[in-house]
Design a protein around this ligand. Structure first.
Ligand code: NAP
Length: 282
């Protein structure tokens, strides 16, 4: 029976560190500020925004929200980003899926990378690829690394397969694993014999977006599975792994819910506080 890699324990350790760092900031008279930048009224965005707001309020962090009309003109949107960049009270910005491609491009081109606490900008992404720590990685990619680290799962010299190559999860996470000396294989929708590749790896990361995608032939004894998938069916959330099969076969697995997603929100606030602290130092 697999060990369950509980995300709550990881999030709780991150929160302890956040409290310590917040105390340091508050002693020097600084309260960090987080702004959500939402375009339109997507239900999932509103839900995420309100959970971030609650967390901020609990920690005594200043929370601001900018809500823009889904039909906003590109020029007006760009002006808003410039305004946010110049606002000294905002240390970190969480852009909530701007939807339209030109708006996403404006965020990745223009948002100040020092405030880019969810790794949207090209500069943040370059930081991940060059391992130079400019900006921040996407929170979900870092959440996977935090889970491995918390449970003492060393990735160096291990064969790791990442299924999924998005800019939010698969690609940055593959680079972060490579930076830690893992031997990384990245799979996607055109990969042949994917279950063979997956089952021959010591660590398997699933970031596909299909409930129960990885069935028993993807797994092997002793393997660690990190399931990033968040798939809603009839109001219930499922991971990308067929959890019952995985639990029977592998050595350790993150649950859904209660795994990567739980850690992701905690990472967001960790990165906000890091952004505020690095401003303090500069
Ligand atoms: P995405 O942009 O849709 O990317 C999905 C990736 O899966 C793509 O690279 C795609 O390959 C690959 N894929 C799709 N079908 C496949 C198949 N049959 N075989 C192999 N690969 C296949 O999704 P994402 O944004 O990376 O998110 C992935 C999952 O993670 C989703 O369930 C999402 O909800 C979840 N997620 C969770 C969190 C969290 O905090 N827990 C955060 C972000 C995302 P191609 O590139 O070839 O199309």
């Amino acid at each position: 029976m697999a060990k369950i890699l509980d995300g709550k324990a990881v999030a709780s350790k991150l929160r302890e560190k956040q409290s310590e760092n917040l105390e340091i900031l508050k002693k020097s008279g600084r309260i960090p500020g987080l702004m959500t930048l939402r375009v339109g009224e997507e239900k999932d965005d509103i839900a995420y925004e309100s959970s971030v707001k609650k967390r901020c309020e609990k920690l005594g962090i200043n929370f601001f929200s900018t809500v823009l009309d889904k039909d906003i003109a590109l020029s007006e949107f760009k002006n808003k980003i410039e305004e946010i960049n110049a606002d000294g009270g905002i240390d970190g910005v969480l852009p909530l899926s701007p939807g339209r491609k030109e708006l996403s491009l404006a965020v990745s081109d223009m948002l100040d990378y020092k405030k880019d606490i969810d790794g949207f900008t090209d500069i943040s992404m370059a930081g991940v690829f060059t391992n130079k720590k400019t900006g921040f990685p996407p929170c979900t990619a870092r959440a996977c690394m935090e889970i491995l680290d918390f449970y003492d799962i060393d990735v160096a010299r291990k064969a790791v397969t990442v299924i999924g190559r998005s800019l939010v999860v698969g690609k940055p996470l593959s680079m972060m694993l490579l930076n830690k000396d893992a031997t990384v294989t990245v799979c996607h929708s055109k990969t042949e014999n994917i279950s063979e590749v997956a089952s021959s790896s010591e660590i398997l990361i699933l970031a596909v977006g299909k409930a129960g995608f990885a069935t028993e032939e993807f797994f092997s004894p002793g393997q660690t599975v990190i399931d990033v998938g968040t798939n809603y069916i009839d109001g219930k959330v499922y991971g990308d792994a067929d959890f019952e099969s995985a639990k029977r076969i592998v050595g350790a697995i993150t649950p859904v819910p209660g795994g990567v997603g739980t850690v992701t929100t905690a990472v967001l606030l960790t990165q906000l506080i890091e952004a505020a602290m690095s401003k303090e130092r500069s």
